[in-house]
Write a protein that binds this ligand. Structure first.
Ligand SMILES: Cc1cc2nc3c(=O)[nH]c(=O)nc-3n(C[C@H](O)[C@H](O)[C@H](O)COP(=O)(O)OP(=O)(O)OC[C@H]3O[C@@H](n4cnc5c(N)ncnc54)[C@H](O)[C@@H]3O)c2cc1C
Length: 473
């Protein structure tokens, strides 16, 4: 069966990968000239990489880890010590650690929390532990039911002092969805905590050893094309064509550089677009359907990824750091954490700026200046002097992952749509891993499964026909 997939982010590529595994022929059509969507990366004029986002892989990512294994690239994940490291607010330039001992879950997580006395008091730890019991005992059903509350509302309901937000959870909600504890759904934080506390290596972190475009997406493309699939860049979906039965009869691809538009026809069609660009492309007759109307409840959240190259080493920490700064979320010295960016003499900090709504339309100069001001607190002995900033790069994503405010779960669509031969994939579609790389890969796998299940019926339907792709080289 031929399957046209619009979008070459992790979800679109994973969908294509699992479709070739099932014996189908996917053709992936990507709008931009770069693979990866929200994990896309580019090289500057000096050959230095810059990325859409600082990306962390977790032990609690079974589908992603399985994918690395299937691609034969497991050695590209650089696992770090099992710790979570926070900047200390009261002692600039110092850190507080949650170190997970080599014990089974949940003992390792509980020990890590109990042993840290810098951030939470004993009464706070006890209240928090008691508050978390229903999530641990009742599991995902309870976690899903908490989607009606923000994280702060949930803390209040559980009689947990709100000070824990300032100490730990503001940093965590900014890392999870680029928003604050008052805005994020309790389901998001509880889902992450459940995975981290119930799986022995759930919160263990890894960095990819280089740019995701080269080190993860390209091996997926090689896998797909070696098995008869196709991946095309610079192929934006412009229009979804319908036949008289209301099914998809083709994807119209916008011609670039004066080229005419072309139409790709297939047996089945998948949107691997993020939810925001998908909405305006929905054909008029579909807009009245409840299934497609629910997408109006989802919207991407802004985020900014800042890269700063310095003339010297600022730190030798080989890990992700939670800044606990009002402006910044997590950051890392990529010259320590990532083989391809390694430098013994100079630091390259990659920092996530969130919440970014007040910054997304500001100039790169303003953003770098504000980031440098924050770094004076994180590196008081080095910034503003003697360390010198050599260059910087700012990557803005005005609509990134869907904003996970309370009540969003009900708007997340299934991968199967009411249209016989049209499917959705992407991190925003319903799967248990929220908006993450793991969620994107799992959604791609789930979509490939339902396409395959429906395949026989689709292939036999008189209203679909298989025509060779005009983009095929
Ligand atoms: C700053 C930042 C930090 C992050 N950190 C982490 C992290 O540490 N850990 C983690 O697990 N996740 C993280 N994420 C989230 C993760 O990157 C995403 O959840 C995941 O990559 C989304 O994949 P996707 O395939 O669903 O969507 P996308 O990656 O958005 O892919 C969609 C693709 O569709 C293409 N497209 C759009 N319109 C069209 C069109 N008309 N025609 C054809 N193609 C089109 C886009 O160009 C894109 O390539 C982070 C994201 C950001 C932005």
């Amino acid at each position: 069966m031929q399957v046209a997939i619009a979008g070459a982010g992790l979800a679109g590529l994973a969908c294509a990968k699992y479709l070739v595994d099932a014996g189908h022929q996917p053709i992936v059509l990507e709008r931009r000239d770069v693979l990866g969507g929200k994990v896309a990366a580019w090289q500057d004029e000096d050959g230095d990489w810059y990325e859409t986002g600082l990306h962390i892989f977790f032990g609690a990512y079974p589908n992603m880890l399985q994918l690395f294994k299937e691609l034969g690239i497991e050695d590209r994940l650089q696992w770090k010590e099992h710790s979570m490291i926070f900047n200390r607010q009261e002692k600039p330039g110092t850190y507080s650690r949650f170190d997970f001992p080599k014990l089974p879950a949940p003992v390792n997580g509980v020990t890590a929390i109990l042993r840290n006395n810098d951030m939470l008091t004993w009464p706070e730890k006890i209240r928090f532990g008691l508050g978390l019991l229903p999530a641990m005992v009742q599991g995902q059903q309870y976690v899903e039911a908490m989607d009606k509350y923000s994280w702060t509302e949930w803390l209040r309901r559980q009689n947990i002092p709100e000070r824990v937000n300032e100490e730990v959870f503001r940093a965590m909600t900014k890392a999870l969805n680029f928003i604050d504890p008052d805005d994020i759904s309790a389901t998001v934080v509880l889902t992450a905590l459940n995975r981290f506390l119930q799986e022995t290596n759930g919160s263990k972190m890894a960095f990819l050893d280089g740019a995701p475009t080269e080190r993860l997406c390209q091996p997926m493309v090689d896998y797909i094309t070696a098995r008869g699939g196709e991946v095309h860049l610079n192929a934006p979906l412009k229009h979804i064509l319908l036949n008289e039965a209301g099914q998809v009869s083709g994807f119209v691809i916008r011609g670039l550089d004066g080229q005419p538009d072309s139409t790709v026809t297939a047996d089945a069609y998948v949107s691997a677009l993020p939810v925001d660009p998908l909405k305006p492309l929905l054909p008029e007759p579909w807009r009245q359907m409840d299934y497609f109307q629910q997408l109006d409840g989802l919207e991407g959240v802004p985020v900014i990824n800042v890269h700063l190259w310095f003339d010297r080493k600022l730190t030798d920490i080989d890990h992700l750091l939670f800044s606990r700064s009002p402006l910044l979320s997590v950051y890392a010295d990529m010259s320590n954490t990532c083989r391809a960016y390694a430098d013994e003499n100079r630091s390259m900090l990659e920092l996530v700026l969130a919440p970014a709504k007040d910054w997304i339309s500001r100039s790169d100069e303003d953003i770098v200046a504000a980031t440098m001001a924050e770094l004076e607190r994180l590196f008081p002995d080095q910034i503003p002097a003697p360390a010198r900033l050599l260059k910087s790069k700012v990557v803005k994503t005005p609509r990134s992952v869907y904003k996970a405010t309370p009540g969003r779960q009900q708007y997340r669509p299934s991968q199967r749509t009411p249209i016989d031969n049209f499917y959705l994939t992407g991190d925003y579609t319903m799967q248990r891993y929220l908006a993450s790389m793991e969620g994107a890969v799992l959604s791609g796998k789930l979509t490939a499964q339902v396409v395959s299940e429906d395949g026989v019926a689709i292939a036999q339907s008189p209203t679909t026909q298989s025509v060779p792709s005009p983009l095929a080289s």
